[in-house]
Write a protein that binds this ligand. Structure first.
Ligand SMILES: *[C@@H]1O[C@H](CO)[C@@H](O)[C@H](O)[C@H]1NC(C)=O
Ligand SMILES: *[C@@H]1O[C@H](CO)[C@@H](O)[C@H](O)[C@H]1NC(C)=O
Ligand SMILES: *[C@@H]1O[C@H](CO)[C@@H](O)[C@H](O)[C@H]1NC(C)=O
Ligand SMILES: *[C@@H]1O[C@H](CO)[C@@H](O)[C@H](O)[C@H]1NC(C)=O
Ligand SMILES: *[C@@H]1O[C@H](CO)[C@@H](O)[C@H](O)[C@H]1NC(C)=O
Length: 416
């Protein structure tokens, strides 16, 4: 029990650390080595690349294009290939130097396959064996005795002590990782949202072909969708109707984050997320902040805030959460002032208040209730959206967490 709790806290701390550090991009790193292009392509197709990028203290065992072996064979689902790749990602740092300093004999190391929960028993572990004469081999724990082991070839890239990329001579044989996994049944977003809580939002999405197809096209690639409950949609409708067509598409896409976040990851992190509106509307931020709020998460747009009330689906790569309010982006509505009356014009300086109409949010009724907020109509920035083009799918649009070091500190403190 205690050990489990401790392990969980350490895992949380690792996740928080991973998010706090400057990110690396395994796809980009491997792109510099065309001899691993097939392995790299599979990392992207299985979305394992983005999971690797979120981690620190990790070792990726790559094979050259000519050594793809069982990974090259057809007929496997991406889910199966994902497991096969996961066993090639060790959740510890083994630079070439550390590798050769290991004690003689066997060191067992956990892999991402083990962490996935899909590996029974010890099958997600990889044995690293030091042989006399300096040879190092890797064997999956569940490999049959007859399976040839895979030898260390060279160190490809090392970012001490975050990431090591090592080339090995062969794909690791692991019957459990190779066990066929069926592709998941296709998800009908409209149907999923209509089942509970979010029927109205499903209707808005279904009626907006642009927003629907963008979200539908992202759902298999890592997507977290926040759907306002029916009552929240009802009270927002008057404002929604006032938006231009571009504004409506933008606000719908604003509710979709192009990455998968489990509820655990949502509630254990704080930070800013980009949305599908960010990549869809050129030169606009369209982000919001996620904050832990007790057992749940609070989404804060700076105009209003909503809390996650139900989990509708949480199944990598798709998470759908019901939220209490319709999110209003600062790109379309005026930022709410958090300090109630601002007495003197020469008062304490505020950095980021809106310059255009400083009196707009001064109404005393401008409290938590978003329906009474001072922003009655989309401000002038929405007209920019009407002219915005759609090519701006910036690479940086992928959601990024900026994590408070506090989370790490508190997790560590609890674990101690
Ligand atoms: C990682 O690098 C690849 C190739 O350079 C690029 O296509 C991709 O957008 C990058 N990913 C992130 C999250 O920046
Ligand atoms: C891995 O190492 C353990 C000892 O640490 C050993 O019991 C097991 O048989 C090894 N498995 C393989 C496949 O070599
Ligand atoms: C998805 O479900 C909705 C509602 O049940 C239905 O109208 C629509 O035809 C379905 N779409 C697809 C592609 O099956
Ligand atoms: C939604 O995506 C699926 C693939 O996941 C595709 O088969 C389907 O045609 C798409 N539906 C619409 C309406 O674009
Ligand atoms: C809609 O826009 C009109 C004209 O700008 C404005 O008078 C009205 O108050 C707006 N209604 C809502 C609910 O924002």
């Amino acid at each position: 029990m205690e050990a489990r709790r401790r392990a969980l806290l350490v895992a949380l701390a690792v996740l928080a650390l991973a998010a706090a550090a400057e990110g690396y991009n395994i796809t980009k790193i491997l792109a510099a080595y065309p001899e691993y292009s097939q392995f790299n392509k599979l990392l992207t197709q299985t979305r394992l690349a983005q999971d690797i990028n979120k981690r620190r203290t990790i070792t990726v065992l790559v094979v050259a294009n000519g050594d793809m072996g069982s990974l090259a064979g057809g007929g496997r689902t991406l889910q199966t290939i994902r497991h096969m790749l996961q066993i090639h990602v060790l959740v510890d740092y083994y630079g070439g130097k550390k590798l050769h300093q290991l004690a003689h004999g066997v060191t067992a190391c956990s892999s991402m396959f083990q962490e996935s929960g899909a590996a029974p028993g010890m099958s997600g572990y990889v044995n690293i064996t030091q042989h006399r004469g300096g040879k190092v081999t890797f064997t999956a724990e569940d490999a049959e005795d007859s399976a040839p082991s895979s030898a260390f070839v060279k160190s490809v890239k090392e970012i001490p002590y975050d990431l090591a990329v090592l080339q090995i001579s062969k794909v690791l044989a692991s019957p459990e990782a190779e066990a066929p996994v069926a592709a998941p049944a296709p998800v009908n977003i409209t149907e999923l949202l209509s089942k509970k809580y979010c029927k109205s939002f499903a209707g808005l999405l279904a009626a907006d072909a642009d927003a629907y197809s963008t979200i539908n096209a992202t759902k298999d690639n890592g997507l977290t969708l926040f759907c306002p409950v029916d009552s929240a949609v009802a009270s927002f409708m008057p404002k929604y109707k006032n938006l231009t067509a571009k504004g409506r598409t933008a606000i719908l896409l604003y509710h979709a984050v192009p990455d998968y976040y489990s509820l655990q990851l949502l509630t254990s992190n704080s930070g800013k997320v980009s949305t599908l509106a960010t990549s869809n509307v050129a030169k606009k931020d369209y982000s919001f902040d996620v904050e832990k709020d007790g057992e749940t998460a609070e989404l804060d747009t700076k105009v209003n805030s909503a809390s996650v009330t139900y989990t509708i689906k949480d199944d990598d790569p798709l998470a759908v959460y019901a939220i209490s309010k319709f999110l209003q982006p600062k790109e379309l509505y005026k930022i709410a002032k958090d300090i109630a009356p601002a007495p003197a014009p020469e008062g304490p300086k505020k950095k980021k208040t809106t310059k255009k109409k400083p009196s707009a949010a001064a109404s005393p009724s401008d409290d938590d209730d978003d329906d009474d907020s001072a922003a009655d109509s989309p401000d002038d920035s929405s007209s920019d959206d009407a002219t915005a083009d759609k090519d701006g799918a910036a690479p940086s649009a992928v959601a990024g967490w900026v994590t408070a070091a506090v989370a790490v500190a508190s997790a560590l403190a609890l674990a101690a």
